[in-house]
Design a protein around this ligand. Structure first.
Ligand SMILES: Nc1ncnc2c1ncn2[C@@H]1O[C@H](COP(=O)(O)OP(=O)(O)OP(=O)(O)O)[C@@H](O)[C@H]1O
Length: 548
């Protein structure tokens, strides 16, 4: 499967930059989620890779093929990019059976395909199966009901799934009637003998054309398959339909119409239809959003399995951070058209690149505490939090704060200089949707109206992020608080604790019963607190927060 590369990809409509200078490498066989709030540019990014939207500038490569290059004037159409789509409104054709829905696209394919002897391939498959006639008999007998009646349709499906064969081959196999004979072994031997002869004839015919068969019974000359432009044969279509039906487990519904299926089953048919032409990359735009919560959860795990089974690269758009966290090998988090972080889900969660990422990922949301202070000679930071409480932040790995700020300031200056340089170009269009610093939220009991005033911030202004699971309620905790609200769900309890005017959210494992107003003692546990600069919103370090 190919790697997908985006270089300086921008899409703007007039002054509105939907995607701004995006650089991204989607590794081979990855499951990427494009995540971000509504309107941030996820769908536009997906559509540009797929070829459904033309970027304003930049370059996109899929595998070895440059599919878009604004400077070289390359723009390969979507149907030539070997990609599959699965959208929110996946509408199946209501007047077609499940089988027809899946096979329809395949029957329209007309392209350069190898010359293949399907009869020889079928004979070889049957010879292989007939080596163990007792297994065939057992598989068919599993489809006999309590009254002793054989469900032929079920038996076909069982044989198809068990031996990965087409319906035509399954029917031939059933036609041998091994299950009705007292001596299945002898019949199998004699049938296999006839098939061997057929195979021999096919080989001679192939050799007469100066060719040999490869393992798929494709004609090969000088080691390369002989190809021609043609449509798929019904046998090939059937094998593809059965393969995808097996993957999404809908083999038994092939003759039903969409209206006779549940929402989840319909969804699986839609997935099967997308998978049938074997796309190397599969694009999905919120494909589960029409399903109810339970089904969505079920389908999520199916998609994860599907990713493994197909070995395709998946690119998945969602605004649901839970979905992104649970499905992806890597999350690409976008805000206002700008990439914020591209990392494995747990890294995005525990090492968020900035305040926006920290806030967007995680439910219940991370707690933000404002802090003021400076680095001490031992590397720790002496901070003042809440209304004057003293605390020490100890980074997990050493950080030289003065150097860190110098570097961040230099990066900002370089970016501004690059923007000023770009603005000199006559063709440059100034970005209308400006990137603003994310305004984090500090939870308080009495929240004052936010007038949007920007405080003057310096290198001594910080924000500490504390995930709810690191707030610990323990008898000898150094902080005093009061239970403001408590919501037990059975497995865990979400509590809001009041410290002076401030509110912190914690998650306690188990159904603990707290009284509203109950006094408790608190601590910040472990070394996974995150320290951000208030000035630029960026992550400085992970570490522990000790209150004295
Ligand atoms: N044809 C268009 N003309 C002008 N603006 C557009 C056009 N298409 C999209 N946009 C704007 O580009 C921005 C990004 O849109 P996009 O559909 O990529 O967002 P998204 O992150 O997928 O949002 P959602 O989760 O709501 O689907 C939006 O603000 C949208 O209004």
């Amino acid at each position: 499967m190919p790697e997908i590369k985006l270089e300086h990809v921008t899409k703007r409509w007039d002054k509105f930059y939907a995607v701004d200078d995006l650089d991204l490498v989607i590794e081979d066989n990855a499951f990427i989620t494009l995540l971000g709030p509504s309107g941030c540019g996820k769908t536009t990014t997906l559509r540009m890779i797929a070829g459904l939207e033309t970027p304003t500038s930049g370059r996109i490569t899929i595998g070895d093929t440059v599919v878009f290059d604004s400077q070289a004037g390359i723009n390969i159409p979507p149907n030539k990019r070997k990609v599959g789509f699965l959208f929110q409104n996946y509408a199946l054709w209501p007047n077609m059976t499940v089988y027809q829905n899946i096979s329809f696209g395949l029957s329209n394919i007309r392209e350069e395909l190898p010359k293949v002897d399907l009869e020889a391939r079928k004979a070889a498959a049957l010879i292989r199966i007939l080596q163990k006639p007792e297994d065939v008999v057992k598989t068919i007998q599993e489809c006999v009901d309590k009254k002793g009646k054989l469900d032929v349709n079920k038996a076909h499906i069982k044989l198809i799934d068990r031996y990965e064969i087409s319906i035509h081959t399954a029917k031939t196999l059933m036609g041998y009637k091994l299950h009705e004979s007292m001596d299945a072994g002898t019949i199998a031997k004699s049938k296999a003998g006839e098939l061997e002869k057929e195979l021999e004839n096919a080989r001679s015919k192939c050799a007469a054309e100066g060719c040999t068969f490869n393992e798929n019974f494709e004609y090969c000359r000088d080691g390369r398959p002989v190809t021609s432009v043609r449509k798929l044969f019904p046998e090939e279509i059937d094998l593809s339909v059965r393969r995808v039906a097996r993957i999404v487990k809908i083999g038994m519904f092939m003759d039903r119409y969409p209206s006779e299926l549940s929402g989840g089953q319909q969804q699986r048919v839609a997935i099967a239809r997308t998978l049938a032409p074997e796309p190397t990359v599969l694009f999905m735009d919120e494909p589960l959003s029409n399903l109810d919560a339970k089904l969505r959860l079920e389908m999520r795990s199916e998609l994860q399995r599907l990713h493994i089974d197909t070995g395709s690269t998946f690119v998945y758009v969602t605004h649901d951070q839970m979905e992104a966290m649970t499905l992806a090998t890597k999350i690409c988090l976008i805000e206002n058209g700008v990439l914020q972080q591209y990392d494995a889900p747990l890294d995005v969660y525990s090492k968020p690149a900035n305040l926006f990422v920290a806030d967007f990922v995680g439910n219940p949301a991370i707690n933000f505490i404002e802090a003021k202070g400076a680095q001490q000679p031992d590397g720790s930071l002496a901070l003042t939090i809440f209304d004057g409480t003293r605390a020490v932040f100890r980074p997990r790995s050493p950080v030289a704060l003065a150097d860190w700020f110098a570097q961040a300031d230099a990066d900002d200056a370089a970016r501004k200089a690059a923007e000023a340089e770009a603005a000199k170009d006559k063709k440059h269009v100034e970005k209308g949707n400006k990137d603003t610093l994310f305004r984090y939220h500090v939870a308080k009991v009495h929240e004052l109206e936010d007038f949007g005033d920007e405080a003057v911030l310096g290198d001594e202004d910080f924000v500490v992020g504390i995930r709810p699971e690191f707030l610990s309620i323990s008898d000898n905790g150094p902080l005093e608080g009061e239970i403001y609200s408590a919501m037990p769900t059975g497995m865990e309890t979400t509590v809001k604790v009041r410290i002076g005017e401030f509110l912190l959210t914690g998650v306690v494992f188990g159904g603990v019963l707290y009284q509203i107003g109950q006094k408790v003692r608190l601590d910040f546990e472990g070394s996974h607190m995150v320290l951000f600069s208030r000035k630029n919103g960026r992550l400085i370090a992970q570490g522990s927060l000790d209150v004295s």
